[in-house]
Design a protein around this ligand. Structure first.
Ligand SMILES: C[S@@+](CC[C@H](N)C(=O)[O-])C[C@H]1O[C@@H](n2cnc3c(N)ncnc32)[C@H](O)[C@@H]1O
Length: 506
């Protein structure tokens, strides 16, 4: 069985017990009919049965071995060896409990488009999305959906499918974001959502757990997630800050946070997304051909086509990158719009590329897009690289935004913003906010979830939400002045950070 294609990552027992407990706390007071549409070896159903022995259990799974195990474990349950999406059960349930398969679009082959259409989804679907989309229709009034899945849906654009179903067709009761805890040997950082088919009885709860250095005052993560107060728990030698509050449009809301958010909103002139085009770097889709140790290759291409390439490792906050030594074979003329070179003018590059022709022609999508076989897949506009730009790595624990004036090309493991678009002042304003502790906190509270090991994803959809103060205001001017000085090697980071804090009065 291909684990990746089927999204096979079973629920650890402690987490299953927690999901079952929260599900049953919300479930109606009647004999329960319970469905797990992707039950695997029956862990979640077993956890429900342990707390509600009279529940009538139904499970589906496409994996024959898993179905056999589930049948052995739960002899009274009806476990079907069936594809749930192809033949969902006709009856209704009081509880749908599920850890659906998560399989990204790229791995769904041609199936994604069909799923989008059939289940009324949008954009990039994950196999988990249709499982969530059908759940409301399978629930009787007052019924409960208890969903365990990757916490990414809470903040990503792709997660909108799940968020929409949960708020449009159901009422969210509880959300637990297990953040970057990595306490479970699952492939993902989990979130648990409990939603009911019916009206809200009270504001929904929202709780998060993220790594911290603060001293712990407890050791039971699940108790802390259900407590009335924030706490720090020590589990397996690590510490997690547990924050609790209410659900506000897929964010944690507490009086403190809301107050800070509204003060920030009042002082926000524009967001980064309003003033800048945030682009990912180039993608060659054949790095071993286009990025090489050029001193050692046969038919070293003409120097003119070997362009310095800035990568993840070259970037430090506030440090202008040195001209990179790595070079990419960039087969375009230095013109404002993309124009591929005539290989006849570059005999050595032509010979080099010809030696890799099979590999390059294997990229059928280039041909389909009407492009030359020796092109890179995402080149951007060639002349743009010579202009100053903000550059930052796509994933890193701390922000590492800097300003490049070397004219290098930016690799696909980084993002960039052209200073030609923003102007120097606004560019420095962006650097100031993005690199500051204020920016990091805003990121954590509003933009994105941290990955494990405290890493953050500085991608377009998150970075675009960072707020900027008015560059014409005295507070905004101060941020710009301090940021310019620091970027020029003549300032103090603490001064920029302080200027940002005071611009937002936080
Ligand atoms: C993430 S696992 C969860 C298993 C189990 N519910 C648990 O929590 O341990 C997802 C399960 O979905 C199953 N699956 C994948 N596609 C399915 C489909 N179309 N219909 C039913 N089950 C499916 C996989 O075989 C796998 O057992």
């Amino acid at each position: 069985m291909d684990r990746k294609r089927h999204g096979l990552h079973y629920t650890p027992p402690a987490l299953a017990a927690f999901v079952a407990e929260r599900a049953l706390a919300a479930a109606p007071d009647r004999p329960l009919r319970v469905l797990d549409p992707a039950c695997g070896d029956g862990e979640l159903l077993a956890a429900v049965a342990a707390l509600a022995p009279d529940a009538v259990l139904t499970g589906y799974d496409v994996d024959e071995t898993a179905v056999a195990t589930a049948q052995r474990r739960l002899p009274n349950a009806a476990i079907a060896h069936k594809d749930f999406l192809e033949s969902p059960p006709p009856e209704r349930f009081d509880l749908v409990v599920t850890n659906p398969p998560y399989v990204r679009t790229q791995l769904l082959d041609g199936r994604a488009a069909e799923l989008v259409k059939r289940f009324g989804l949008r954009g990039r679907v994950d196999l988990a999305h249709p499982f969530v989309a059908v759940a409301p229709g399978l629930l009787d009034d007052g019924g409960v959906l208890a969903l365990l899945c990757s916490n990414r849906f809470l903040s990503t654009r792709a997660g909108e499918n799940v968020r929409t179903v949960l708020t449009r067709d159901l009422t969210v009761r509880e959300v637990f974001d297990l953040g970057d805890t990595r306490l479970f040997t699952a492939a993902v950082l989990p979130a648990v959502v409990v939603a009911v088919k019916g009206e809200a009885s009270a504001p929904a709860r929202y709780a998060t757990a993220y790594t911290t250095d603060s001293p712990a005052d407890g050791s039971d993560l699940f108790a802390a997630l259900q407590a009335e107060r924030d706490s720090v728990v020590a589990v397996q030698g690590r510490r997690f800050a547990v924050s609790v509050g209410t659900f506000d449009n897929w964010r944690l809301s507490t009086p403190d946070r809301d107050d800070r958010r509204s003060r920030i909103a009042e002082r926000t002139w524009r967001t980064v997304g309003d003033v800048a085009n945030i682009r990912v770097g180039i993608k060659t889709t054949a790095d071993s051909v286009f990025i090489a140790d050029w001193d050692t290759v046969e038919h070293r291409p003409e120097d003119e086509l070997l362009r310095p390439l800035l990568c993840h490792g070259d970037l430090q906050a506030w440090t202008p990158p040195a001209p990179p030594t790595l070079r990419v074979l960039y087969p375009y003329l230095d013109r404002p719009s993309r124009q591929v070179v005539d290989l006849a003018d570059y005999p050595r590059a032509a010979a080099y590329l010809a030696a890799h022709r099979d590999r390059l022609e294997g990229r059928a999508y280039l041909r389909k897009a009407g492009r030359a076989w020796f092109e890179i897949w995402v080149p951007h506009r060639p002349a743009r690289w010579r202009e100053p730009k903000i550059v930052f790595p796509d994933i890193s624990p701390e922000p590492r935004f800097t300003l490049d004036r070397t004219g290098a090309i930016v690799n696909g493991d980084c993002y960039w913003i052209s200073v030609t678009d923003t102007g120097e002042d606004v560019a420095h304003l962006i650097l100031g906010v993005a690199n500051s502790p204020f920016g990091v906190r805003f990121y954590d509270e509003v933009c994105g979830n941290r990955l494990y090991a405290g890493r953050r994803r500085w991608i377009t959809q998150y970075v675009s939400r960072l707020p900027l103060p008015d560059p014409e205001s005295p507070a905004g001017r101060r941020v710009i002045t301090e940021a310019r000085a620091l970027m020029a090697g003549d300032g103090d980071r603490a001064d920029v950070d302080e200027a940002v804090e005071s611009a937002f009065r936080v």
